[in-house]
Design a protein around this ligand. Structure first.
Ligand code: ADP
Ligand code: TZD
Ligand code: MG
Length: 578
């Protein structure tokens, strides 16, 4: 390999006064834009960059695997409305981070994946460089935008483009490719400073057209059985007061999607969470706020939506989202804060209350369902079932509404979503649009780092395994994270048997595994809990102490069902021999 000679980085005091280099410029550009937390894994060519960033006051959190650092960055973007930064090495590190970048894009979370890359001249001729890969080309189809910076003088503009692409319009993931050589490039310090860009108004307000607002209000006024659906876009928008005013002034029942829970409390008198099937079936006008009519809402049609003809009003920043599955009678395109404020203004003070027969029917259904569930949540069985264990955790979140709940698994996810009420916005973080297993520890770490609040991560034993090694990261940074592993010995259940040979069945794990020992291995607290009472005591202790804790919650291996609540999506062969 004929290495191109690069000038060494500025070293002497005299040089640093006049000169700067790629390392410093990237760090300065990030800081100038208020991006002061990086989630990543060090290695060639970004090891020194991480050290220097840390020395310059940037918080650099080193993970054990880039995918988890990526999920941390993605959820940091959701929580803060600033792009979360994930930093990786080339080829394999980049690819490990890429799943999270695609996940961020799918979920409309702003994130920037910054990866070091190998020598362009060698990569492009495919001559076999160390970790050779055309990362820019590979990233492109999986994110909102992808850029490469080749000259130190372009670092400022490159980062500005990345920030703007991640935040403006529908937020998403952006890839920024920084070749190894760039870091060592030297330029005049003053010219370097001038080349940096502080992005002005990165997510400009998008005001809805007055006609669109009027049309939406006309449709809403015609409703006999209106419903508001709040999605995670509404949570992301941080327009909490306006959304609450819209819901309360209109008196319309609201249904929160998973990560929108808590935008208004789940115990709010208008919350229709516990009457979900009824409101989807029987409503006649549905206003979507930051929620897509994708699989999670059965595409807005079919059995779930019943026979009552529906009219949809949709508030979204992305115009192309309209009519993606069914006709949208009143599209309102703009940012949620501006759209909801415009609707509120249009409603004025004399807006008629939602019809009482409808709100009364929704309330009655909700109370019936809540009452039906209540006794199941109070059982103290050992081994535990989902309801007994979740009953305990539900009380903990009620008593600690500021805590952040991270949740993944199948039964562990679906049942926790229904059972654990949320009281404040952006406190529930989960698997998102794709239903990804593995977001757990990355999300928990970012939640603790970004908010300083205690975190409770409720994890299926399979789900936990995808990011379990990060318990070391949690201990290393001494984060207030309490992980509860719902240990039912497997994926969905721990009871499958392979009748064809001596290998275990494909969905089961080692029986009686002790996940709590993993946390103990790194100096955290491990607890084995066999009853809801034990579980509750252990979680309360963890939340009080703030010490990294992992509770192995022993669940009945037969308690879950295949694929949790989405068994209908799970194809099964009619020809399979039982
Ligand atoms: P959920 O899964 O909770 O139903 P989705 O992820 O399907 O939510 O939908 C989120 C929607 O919110 C996306 O269509 C996205 O374009 C939209 N969105 C995100 N941020 C904003 C914003 N600030 N203003 C308006 N719409 C937004
Ligand atoms: N891989 C990834 C990245 N995401 C996925 N969603 C899956 C695999 C498939 N999958 C699910 O959809 S849920 C699940 C897997 C492997 C695990 C369910 O088991 P669990 O939860 O132990 O986490 P329960 O409580 O036992 O159902
Ligand atoms: Mg399990």
């Amino acid at each position: 390999m004929t290495a191109t000679k690069e000038k060494p980085a500025a070293t002497t005091a005299e040089q640093t006064q006049d000169l700067t280099d790629g390392f410093h410029l990237v760090i300065d550009a990030l800081k100038l834009n208020g991006l002061t937390t990086i989630y990543g894994v060090p290695g060639i060519p970004i090891t020194d960059f991480g050290r220097m960033a840390q020395a310059a006051g940037v918080r650099v959190l080193s993970f054990r695997h880039e995918q988890n650092a990526g999920y941390a960055a993605a959820i940091a973007g959701f929580l803060t409305k600033k792009p979360g930064i994930c930093l990786t090495v080339s080829a394999p590190g980049f690819l490990n981070g890429l799943t999270a970048l695609a996940h961020a894009t799918t979920n409309c979370f702003p994130m920037i994946l910054i990866s070091g890359s190998s020598e362009r001249e060698i990569v492009d001729l495919q001559q076999g460089d160390y970790e050779e890969m055309d990362q820019l080309a590979i990233a492109k189809p999986l994110c909102k935008a992808a850029f490469r910076v080749l000259h130190a003088a372009d670092i400022g503009i490159g980062l500005a483009r990345a920030i703007r692409a991640a935040l403006s319009g529908r937020p998403g993931g952006v890839y920024l490719d920084l070749p190894a050589k760039l870091f060592g490039q030297i330029m005049n310090a003053e010219a370097g400073r001038k080349s940096l860009v502080k992005v002005i108004d990165a997510a400009p307000a998008q005001i809805p057209a007055p006609d669109a607002v009027k049309r939406a209000l006309d449709v809403l006024k015609s409703a006999k059985r209106p419903l508001i659906i709040l999605g995670k876009g509404a949570a992301y928008a941080q327009a909490d007061d306006a959304i609450r005013a819209l819901v309360e002034n209109s008196g319309i029942p609201f249904l929160p999607m998973s990560m929108a829970k808590g935008l208004l409390p789940d115990t709010h008198p208008q919350c229709a969470g516990a009457a979900r099937s009824t409101v989807l079936k029987d409503s006649d006008v549905v206003m979507l706020i930051g929620a897509r009519l994708n699989w999670l809402l059965s595409y807005g049609k079919g059995k779930t939506w019943g026979d009552v003809p529906k009219k949809f009003i949709q508030i979204d920043i992305e115009p192309k989202e309209m009519d993606s599955n069914v006709e949208i009678a009143a599209p309102v395109v703009g940012d949620i804060g501006s759209c909801v404020s415009a609707l509120l203004e249009g409603m004025g003070t004399k807006w008629p209350a939602a019809p009482a027969d409808w709100t009364g029917a929704v309330k009655a259904k909700r109370e019936e369902n809540v009452a039906k569930m209540a006794p199941r949540l109070m059982n103290n069985n050992s081994p535990m079932d989902y309801h007994g264990a979740l009953g305990a955790l539900r009380t903990i979140i009620k008593e600690r509404p500021d805590a952040i709940l991270v949740n993944e698994g199948a039964n562990t996810l679906d049942l926790a979503r229904g059972v654990i009420d949320m009281y404040k916005p952006r406190k529930r973080l989960d698997v998102g649009t794709w239903g990804v297993m593995g977001i757990g520890m990355g999300s928990a770490i970012a939640a603790a780092v970004e908010t300083g609040k205690p975190v409770l991560a409720v994890e299926g034993d399979s789900a936990f395994g995808f990011s379990g090694m990060e318990v070391e990261t949690i201990c290393r940074y001494n984060l207030p994270v309490c992980v509860v592993v719902f240990n039912n010995d497997g994926i969905y259940r721990g009871t499958d048997v392979n009748t064809a040979g001596s290998d275990p069945a494909t969905t089961v794990f080692v029986k009686g595994a002790r996940y709590d020992k993993m946390m103990e291995a790194f100096g955290g607290v491990g607890v084995n809990a066999t009853t809801p009472d034990e579980l509750k005591r252990a979680v309360n202790e963890a939340m009080d102490s703030g010490r990294p804790t992992l509770i192995n919650a022993v669940l009945d291996p037969a308690a879950g069902s295949e694929s949790g609540r989405i068994g209908n999506l799970n194809p099964q062969s009619v020809l399979r021999k039982k």
